[in-house]
Design a protein around this ligand. Structure first.
Ligand SMILES: C[S@@+](CC[C@H](N)C(=O)[O-])C[C@H]1O[C@@H](n2cnc3c(N)ncnc32)[C@H](O)[C@@H]1O
Length: 220
């Protein structure tokens, strides 16, 4: 790390406080361990373009943590999770939730597995697959999330069969997401849109929550 741990810890704690996320000390330590792993593996695996540890705190850890208050289901699928963002952060903050990290890139999934092992997480399942070919559990996931994966329409279309009856999509987007709303399938509609301020970051994060409008009984 180019910064000492103390400064990174302070930055993380200040950010979590600003987000009003009251994480237990063990969970804050786990987030710092994840940061150290990301930083270490990034040199060989090119997991993220963000290289400075202090920037990783805000761009990765706090940005992922910012959506935690909106994730409410017991099962979560992170599509195109890359090195586990936001899924690993959300799994650390809420160990009761079962989180599946899905990515087609072998190197990214190898990192996910290493992080799960080193952090001793029992609620995370890394999967290497293309989402189009991934079947998932019969009952689907309560929530399906993505960050920096695809347009809203493509995200929803490729993961329609993976959302449980009455489940939701959470799309972590930028401020110009309104342009993508016209690309949604007819049977999917946004039910909420939240503007989130991520500590130490200047750009605005938009979280769009979507639901199927045609749920009856059973899955499509
Ligand atoms: C820009 S990265 C975002 C990674 C992470 N969500 C983040 O915010 O840092 C997009 C990820 O989606 C994965 N991906 C792209 N197409 C995919 C597909 N069809 N199925 C599964 N993963 C896919 C890529 O391998 C890549 O890791």
């Amino acid at each position: 790390m180019s910064l000492d741990d103390h400064r990174l810890r302070e930055r993380l704690e200040q950010g979590l406080n600003e987000l009003a996320i009251d994480a237990f000390p063990a969970r804050r330590e786990a987030l710092l361990t994840l940061l150290a792993l990301l930083h270490k593996w990034n040199r060989a695996y090119n997991l993220t373009a963000v290289r400075a540890p202090e920037e990783m705190v805000s761009r990765h850890l706090l940005d992922s943590a910012a959506v935690a208050p909106f994730v409410t289901g017991s099962t979560l699928l992170d599509v195109g999770a890359g090195p586990g963002l936001p899924g690993l952060v959300l799994a650390i903050l809420e160990p009761e939730r079962q989180v599946t990290l899905l990515d087609s890139n072998g190197k990214k999934v190898r990192f996910q597995r290493q992080a799960v092992m080193e952090l001793g997480l029992t609620n995370v399942t890394p999967v290497q697959a293309r989402v189009e070919a991934f079947e998932g559990p019969k009952e689907g996931y309560c929530e399906v999330i993505s960050r920096a994966f695809a347009s809203l329409g493509d995200f929803v279309s490729v993961s329609t069969g993976l959302v449980a009856d009455g489940g939701r999509w959470l799309a972590m987007k930028g401020p110009s997401v309104d342009d993508e709303l016209s690309g949604l399938p007819e049977n999917v509609a946004p039910v909420a849109s939240h503007e989130l301020t991520v500590p130490f970051e200047s750009g605005q994060r938009r979280l769009v929550i979507l639901e199927r409008t045609d749920f009856t009984q059973g899955r499509p």
